[in-house]
Design a protein around this ligand. Structure first.
Ligand code: LLP
Length: 432
């Protein structure tokens, strides 16, 4: 299903005109479709029917409280990568027993925070971290009567090439993540010997926007071998966490699944993993982020100016790299569509923002319907790694976020105010 579609030549989100939302909240604005979020969740979840599993939404993709709440209410757990994400998950009403706590560089403060709330699993990514987590749990214990035990999953770096953008490959030896497979048994033995740790699982996450199943299968096979070896040594795991990473279509199809793209559908993904997952004897955990959100959100922006020089057409819009960093950072492609279709000719243009850098673009050399000042454009597939990667660069206020549910829409996050920009600063008395 496409939840961002044209009706009488104007793009709607579910049953709401985008123009109506823009009139009310202004631009730029992120707009998410509740039905698209839920469709993607159910599509992913149901693909693994018959396998004991839990989908734990990776909230780094879109940490809006309401987005988290929608997935949690639908039955998801949550994967948090920082104290801030954990705080947000609690604010959204998520039960800590359904939270996985991740992160290659956790602070002791973060460990204490999640231990206080008894999370489902804390992933550990180094020998040193095992010792620190054990010490933190011990320091929170009160004699034998209240012994704090940290539930631990060890993140393995399986050294598998996910064939994606180098910045978002995470399962190769050259990447900072996890413990390499050859050291894994020693890591588990260390964990088993530490009194304030309880081993619960094994984990991997090999990268993001992965468009083939083979790297997942290869990495899962390596983890399954390790799981069997651990069993022989008397270490029996409860969780087998294969992380996130399933790619989506950025070609504007805007449905949860991936028609017309190179990425496998959840069904194809599940069918390729089923043989290995069936035999590991653990509950399978998944941490999808992008798949659940990317095509459920768009960024609506307004054309400020258009201009031409002897080389190029420029469309200058009110959204910039601070709002959506992906094109500037990864050269990522996002389809850009007019909110209102006209009979205007098509031109080739750079669609750029107001920030003071040439790297500030949403699209380069893009064919687009000729637009004029005041018209709205929709930057598609912006629901994942969109708002969450936005910043205040150039002291720009971060955009509003809106959730559409049928024929209603709700402001899920107000646009920042100028006061918000300086709220944590003060002029220092005595500083001349
Ligand atoms: N689990 C872990 C441990 C992760 O590091 C990530 C993403 C996920 C799950 C979710 O992966 P997904 O299903 O969303 O692929 N900013 C980049 C993406 C970075 C992904 C980092 N880790 C982008 O805009 O493409």
């Amino acid at each position: 299903m496409n939840f961002f579609d044209y009706h009488n030549d104007e793009m709607m989100c579910e049953g709401v005109r985008l123009g109506e939302i823009a009139e009310r909240v202004g631009t730029p604005a992120y707009i998410y479709s509740k039905r698209a979020l839920l469709d993607a969740f159910h599509e992913f979840d149901s693909a693994f029917a018959g396998i004991d599993h839990l989908v734990c939404y990776s909230m780094k993709a879109n940490s809006n409280l309401n987005v988290c709440k929608i997935f949690y209410t639908a039955g998801s757990g949550v994967d948090c990568n920082s104290g801030g994400e954990f705080f947000r998950a609690l604010k959204a009403g998520v039960d800590p027993h359904r939270i996985i706590f991740t992160g290659v560089g956790k602070t002791e403060e973060e460990m204490r925070m999640v231990l206080q709330h008894d999370v489902m699993m804390i992933k550990v990514e180094s020998f040193e971290e095992l010792n620190v987590l054990n010490d933190v749990a011990a320091s929170m214990s009160n004699g034998l009567s209240e012994k704090k035990i940290a539930p631990v999953g060890i993140r393995i770096n399986p050294d598998v090439d996910p064939k994606t953008h180098p910045y978002i490959s995470t399962g190769l030896s050259e990447n900072k993540f996890g413990i390499e497979a050859s050291q894994a048994l020693n890591a588990y033995e260390l964990a088993a010997s530490l009194p304030n740790l309880r081993i619960t699982g094994i984990d991997m996450h090999i990268g993001s926007q992965i468009t083939q199943v083979e790297p997942f299968v290869e990495a899962c096979n390596k983890m399954a071998e390790l799981t069997a070896k651990l069993k022989q040594r008397g270490i029996v795991l409860e969780h087998f966490d294969i992380g996130g990473g399933l790619g989506v279509s950025y070609n504007g199809s805007n449905s949860g699944s991936n028609p017309g793209s190179d990425s496998p559908t959840p069904r194809q993904f599940a069918d390729s993993l089923r043989p290995v997952l069936k035999h590991v004897g653990c509950k399978i955990l998944f941490e999808p982020g992008r798949f659940l959100t990317a095509n459920a959100g768009i960024l609506v922006t307004k054309v400020l100016y258009t201009k031409q020089n002897k080389k190029k057409n420029f469309v200058i819009v009110d959204a910039a790299m601070n709002d959506l960093l992906r094109p500037s950072l990864y050269n990522a492609f996002h389809e850009i569509k007019p909110v209102k279709k006209t009979k205007n000719e098509t031109i080739t243009a750079d669609i750029v923002g107001p920030v003071c850098e040439s790297g500030d673009f949403l699209a380069k050399n893009r064919e687009i319907q000729k637009s004029k000042r005041g018209e709205l454009l929709a930057v598609m597939s912006a629901g994942a790694y969109g708002f969450v990667m936005s910043s205040n660069y150039n002291s720009r206020r971060r955009a509003a976020e809106v959730i559409v549910d049928g024929t209603k829409f709700f402001i899920a996050r107000e646009r920042e105010t100028y006061d918000n920009l300086v709220q944590n600063e003060h002029l220092i008395d005595g500083l001349k």
